[in-house]
Design a protein around this ligand. Structure first.
Ligand code: COA
Length: 355
């Protein structure tokens, strides 16, 4: 039976380390609050004007391509997951193709906007393409450059302290080996609470969400012309161009959905939590990961957490953590690896793979 497998994995995080103390110099926050609530000690920020979501994604992709034992020109499909793209459009998929110097046009590039679950969604799409025989070398990248679009004042502290920059990439290839590759993926969504964790402006909404949220916000539309609905001076002057998150609401749903979607994957494959060798959760919050670990009955060496060093890198967090676990010998051939994510949308998902 044809399956897909991760044939190569790479990651890249920018050099600049930003500690909690560094953030406390520009906003009213402190190391104790951040560590206690999230587990985060520091995060990385890209070089302004030099590094972008695409360029750091390319650094991770180059490593994944080399480790897969292929050439860049062998890539036949690109999937790029991010919520912090270089441009509003076109997406980072084609920019990555250019950055890597892939000049052939017999290739497709797909952009995924599924935020924290972007990598799991991307892996599922790659898996289907490979299983169907359509593509042989799918390059899947999750990359974020959050630091360029956060509110570095006390007003934005609940969001800003959590997020960091980073990129991870994998090459997904076919395998006919019995005991190897992606066993299953499970994907879910619920748009009911779309605005609970969202970045609304710039956008064409024109207040559309008010019928769902019941909350009226002044976006300066009374004076706005057609071309200004998307983005106007009022939004910029009133700090409406930053991510918004209702943290406790997100937390409560995350601790419910993570275990559910992992159980679903285990049930589908006839496996149990005791079969998991390594659990790589999306690095949203150390407390969420610890809660899920406990629910699954896993020991500390069966879970990979690195949010302490990198913060939440959204679409990049799973491939960065998986790459680190592999490089440290914590994931070995034949191991059952479980990936799971939950985030804005809300969208969530899981994947089980035999390494
Ligand atoms: N530093 C210091 N104080 C802060 C702060 C910061 N960075 N951010 C918020 N606070 C304050 C709040 O203003 C509030 O003050 P008040 O009590 O005087 O009003 C207080 O801390 C508690 O805020 P609250 O938002 O209730 O904290 P919390 O315990 O829910 O923790 C999160 C906040 C964001 C850490 C937590 O809700 C969380 O992690 N949620 C999940 C987020 C997530 O995973 N997002 C990504 C999804 S993929």
């Amino acid at each position: 039976m044809l399956r897909s497998k991760i044939a190569g994995i790479g990651s890249y995080v920018p050099e600049k380390v930003v500690t909690n103390d560094d953030l406390s110099k520009v906003m009213d926050t402190n190391d104790e609050w951040i560590q206690e609530r999230t587990g985060i000690k520091e995060r990385r920020y890209g070089k302004k004007h030099e590094e972008t979501t695409t360029t750091i994604g390319a650094r991770a992709a180059e490593i994944a391509i080399e480790r897969a034992g292929i050439q860049k020109e062998d890539v036949d499909f690109i999937i790029f997951a991010t919520l912090s793209p270089d441009y509003y459009f076109p997406g980072c998929g084609v920019l990555l193709q250019r950055e890597l110097g892939i000049t052939k046009t017999e290739i497709g590039a797909l952009d995924i906007r599924n935020q924290c679950s972007g990598f799991v969604y991307g892996l599922s799409v790659a898996d289907q393409f490979v299983r169907s025989g359509m593509y042989k070398n799918v390059l899947l990248v999750g990359s974020e450059m959050h630091s360029m679009g956060l509110d570095f004042t006390t007003r934005g502290r609940n969001v800003t302290v959590i997020f960091g920059d980073g990129a991870g990439a994998v090459v997904v290839q076919p395998t006919e080996e019995e005991n190897e590759g992606v066993l299953t993926t499970c994907l879910h969504s619920d748009g009911t609470y779309a605005e609970k964790l969202a970045f609304l402006n710039p956008g064409s909404h024109g207040g559309y969400h008010e019928k769902y949220t019941g909350e009226e916000t002044d976006y300066g539309y009374s004076d706005a012309e057609y071309g200004e609905i998307f983005l106007n001076k009022h939004m910029v002057e009133n700090a409406q161009i930053y991510p918004h998150m209702e943290g406790q609401f997100v937390f409560k749903l995350a601790v419910q959905k993570f275990p559910e979607v992992i159980k679903e994957a285990l049930d589908k494959t006839g496996l149990g939590a005791e079969d998991i060798d390594m659990f790589i959760p999306h690095q949203a919050n150390l407390r969420i990961s610890q809660f899920v670990q406990k629910r699954l009955g896993l020991s500390d060496d069966q879970v990979w957490n690195n949010i302490q060093k990198y913060g939440n890198t959204t679409a990049a967090s799973i491939p960065v953590a998986l790459c680190e676990a592999v490089e440290n010998g914590a994931v070995k051939k034949g191991d059952l690896v479980c990936l799971a994510a939950f985030g804005s949308g809300f969208t969530w998902g899981s994947a089980l793979l035999r390494w």
